[in-house]
Design a protein around this ligand. Sequence first.
Ligand SMILES: [Zn+2]
Length: 137
Amino acid sequence: MYSPSLLYHAAHPRNPGRLPEPTATGAAWYLPCGDRMHMDFQIAHGRVQDVRAQVYGCGAAVAAASAATELLHGLPEEEARTLSSITLNRALGDIPAPRRHALWMVLECLAQALGPRDLQTPQGGSHAWPHPVRRRG
Ligand SMILES: [Zn+2]
């Protein structure tokens, strides 16, 4: 069962759409559910000045992106980059387990847009994330 917070964000997504000139952008697909997510960022002076999310998919994906934009807005870039799935899940009142791919999609967008979080192995190697996609800044 979806929480009131999740239902609210799914029905009334915050900061929807794309930014005309993002400084960073990330995208994620989750084929089993048919979800597509884009997140656009305007980073300036080390902070998230603006963030938008465009989602085609299930209610959980729409809600996760919506709640993420509210959490990310105004954050220092480093805090935005390392937003945790636990924080996001809490903001959504706990996504049911079969829909938690929505959390992963947000983290994937963040990793693509802002760079990888520290996912070092005990041997000192690092997880192979794609390089951040940036147009400028
Ligand atoms: Zn989904």
